[in-house]
Unconditional design. Structure first.
Length: 248
């Protein structure tokens, strides 16, 4: 690290858990952030400010006025712009040292597999089960840790799925793809603005811990937040030996 980096990241370096070695791992890390909306906004903010070396920000949508209640990467002046490009502009102002790649596309198939394979950690900030399952499948295939978050109405959840550990479950162990789950969208059900900030910030924290190799991740645990009462519930999640994605 140069002198400017030592100053910029000095508060991380002062932490015994991170230090210079941990910060250098973060600077060398590559985060794939899928979704530049409510969850992806705080995720990208904190990964960039913390010095994640490379951030690939993927979103196929454009900024809408209704997004601005919670999607803090974007501004009123950018309504109509691609979210990925708007996010990149914001992140470049926060930390110009971070290499940000903005992709306006919906990831699937070989393209998704290729980008996951290149990442140190993947953060799923999407809003539908099809994408979540596709991302999980690619992360299991390439053994890349996945930090998954979701938020709707006043309810949030977060977990880590890291199949580098043979006992850790994957997303499909918790939500089997062969089962039908009701899709609920904030466009019809609403979402409490600070809730996505809480969950997204925690996703960023888990990703930084994984990349720096510190602490204990949420692998094997699902945290549920009821923002009405600000009560957390922790649920243990075991690996399913018959899981159609990671079983066997």
């Amino acid at each position: 690290m140069n002198d400017n980096q030592l100053l910029r990241y000095s508060r991380h370096i002062l932490l015994d858990e991170i230090g210079i070695e941990g910060q250098e791992k973060i600077l060398a890390g590559h985060a794939l952030v899928i979704g530049a909306g409510g969850l992806g906004s705080p995720v990208a903010f904190y990964l960039a400010s913390a010095g994640m070396g490379k951030i690939t920000l993927v979103d196929n949508d454009t900024v809408d006025l209704t997004n601005l209640q919670r999607q803090i990467l974007h501004t009123t002046e950018r309504v109509g712009q691609p979210k990925a490009e708007s996010g990149k502009e914001t992140l470049s102002r926060i930390n110009p040292e971070v290499e940000v790649t903005a992709l306006k596309e919906r990831l699937e198939g070989e393209r998704l597999s290729e980008l996951v394979r290149q990442a140190t950690v993947v953060l799923d900030c999407s809003d539908n089960f099809k994408t979540r399952h596709a991302v999980n499948h690619a992360c299991v295939q390439h053994k890349v840790p996945l930090v998954s978050g979701a938020a709707i109405r006043m309810d949030g959840q977060i977990s880590v799925f890291d199949t580098r550990n043979g006992t850790s479950p994957c997303y499909a162990c918790l939500f089997p793809p062969e089962q039908q789950f009701e899709e609920v969208l904030c466009s019809t059900m609403g979402v409490f603005a600070p809730l996505v900030g809480i969950i997204g910030t925690m996703q960023a924290a888990e990703a930084l811990k994984i990349v720096a190799g510190i602490g204990e991740s949420l692998a094997g645990r699902l945290l549920l937040l009821d923002a009405r009462t600000m009560e957390w519930t922790s649920i243990g999640v075991a690996r399913n030996s018959t899981c159609s994605v990671c079983g066997g």
